[in-house]
Design a protein around this ligand. Structure first.
Ligand code: COA
Length: 391
């Protein structure tokens, strides 16, 4: 069902400031330190002072389990001298996009004019088993958890099905991570700045057949913050903010090799921005596991089902990624930041960081439109934002 577009009722929303911490294992920093570092960087890069922020939205999934800390909105508010109203938003790994969407609603309604959106996750202070169990809160606790699944397990099943349907080979899948790791080498905020070969991916430790260690986004600490404003102009305008949902459990879906929430959010976002896919030249997409990157390119419409690996063949060779893809779309930058694989995935910070990366890349390339695609769980929720560069 199409969502009403508020574009004709609102002032333009601009991205006027942004900042992030490095993503990685940041044992010397607490969750408040991470939020503060990203917030300071966002405010310092904007035309605002701290006192201009009239609302804070904080995105976080796991702090109760990983840090013994709830009530992050109160912490977020206390980072600013005047303690503005603050709200926490949670939508699993898609929390960042949902926080951005909430900020847009506040701006569109006129309740706020400058909203600080902070995404934060501090995952490495507890064991991997504890994090894996907490992350399973994003799946179905009645159908999937009792079956012994973890997220690598769920995406392992999705990968097996995808290989069965489309004939993808294990060696081909390794191209995805190799491309993202290569891109991350250029990103000073990335957790892994090391190139890996496709062969190294194929030979890395088995995690969940057929997914290997180097197919998985890692467990990470980090924060990202941005300021959205209807009062000030910035280098980029947010021309679409859309969210969509699907069944929580993959068991309840007609297919597990395509995610309807991505399709729904993408269709609405392109309509809201009044552009077509051909206009999108920069893409940050949610590659929590290698197969997700392939499914996302197909669901977003950049190629037909089963064809996305062709894009990665082209990217790995350094060619134009969309050669041979549907409609011969023009050149597209895919996860130039390194994606979740190379940058790390502090889950609720990822969606904010994607928007920041899209903005940076638009400035660098001079392209006009970029799209950030962020999902929660096995894409039971999805948020898409489109930025238009105005510099
Ligand atoms: N990619 C690349 N390297 C990784 C990595 C990853 N995903 N995870 C760990 N490493 C590296 C570590 O840095 C470490 O290197 P070092 O020995 O040089 O320090 C080494 O591999 C072993 O790390 P370790 O922490 O023992 O790995 P692990 O086996 O405990 O965890 C995974 C690996 C894949 C199980 C874990 O990263 C994971 O669960 N990832 C998925 C997270 C997830 O589900 N997110 C939500 C998505 S929907």
């Amino acid at each position: 069902m199409p969502c009403p577009s508020p574009r004709d009722m609102q002032s333009d929303i601009h991205l006027i400031g942004s900042g992030q911490t490095r993503f990685g294992e940041l044992w010397d920093k607490g969750i408040r330190d991470l939020m503060e570092e990203a917030t300071d960087a966002a405010i310092n890069s904007s035309p605002c002072t701290a006192l201009d922020i009239d609302m804070v939205i904080v995105s976080n999934m796991l702090a109760e389990v990983t840090n013994g800390q709830a009530h992050l909105a109160a912490i977020a508010s206390s980072l600013l001298p005047h303690h503005p109203p603050a709200i926490r938003v949670e939508s699993a790994c898609g929390s960042g996009a949902f926080a951005l969407h909430t900020a847009c609603a506040m701006l569109e309604s006129g309740r706020a004019r400058n909203v600080l959106v902070i995404g934060v996750e501090k995952m490495t202070d507890v064991s991997v088993d504890t994090v894996a169990s907490a992350l399973m809160g994003a799946a179905d606790s009645e159908q999937e958890r009792p079956a012994g699944l973890t997220f690598p397990g769920i995406f392992g099943l999705i990968t097996q099905r995808y290989m069965h349907e489309y004939g993808l080979t294990r060696d081909e899948l390794s191209l995805v991570s190799a491309v993202h790791h290569r891109n991350a080498c250029e990103n000073p905020f990335a957790q892994f700045r090391l190139p890996v070969t496709p062969d190294a991916v194929t030979k890395s430790a088995m995690v969940s057949n057929p997914l290997r260690l180097l197919d998985c986004s890692p467990i990470s600490d980090g924060a990202a913050a941005c300021i959205l404003s209807t009062e000030h102009a910035g280098a980029a305008r947010l021309v679409a903010s859309q969210i969509a949902s699907d069944s929580l459990s993959i068991v309840d879906r007609p297919t597990i090799t395509s995610f309807s929430a991505t399709k729904d959010a993408a269709e609405r976002a392109l309509a809201e921005a009044e552009i077509t896919l051909k206009d999108v030249r920069i893409l940050e997409t949610h590659d929590c596991f290698s197969t997700a990157a392939l499914i996302n390119l197909e669901d977003l419409g950049f190629c037909d089902p089963g064809e996305a690996i062709g894009i990665y063949h082209n990217l790995w060779r350094g060619g134009s990624p969309l050669d041979g893809a549907r409609g011969r779309l023009p050149a597209l930058g895919v996860n130039l930041s390194g994606g979740l694989k190379g940058c790390g995935h502090p889950v609720a910070a990822t969606g904010i960081k994607q928007l920041i990366d899209v903005s940076k890349q638009l400035q660098k390339t001079g392209d006009r439109y970029g799209l950030a695609h962020n999902f929660g769980g096995a894409a039971a929720t999805c948020g898409i934002h489109i930025l238009e560069s105005i510099s």
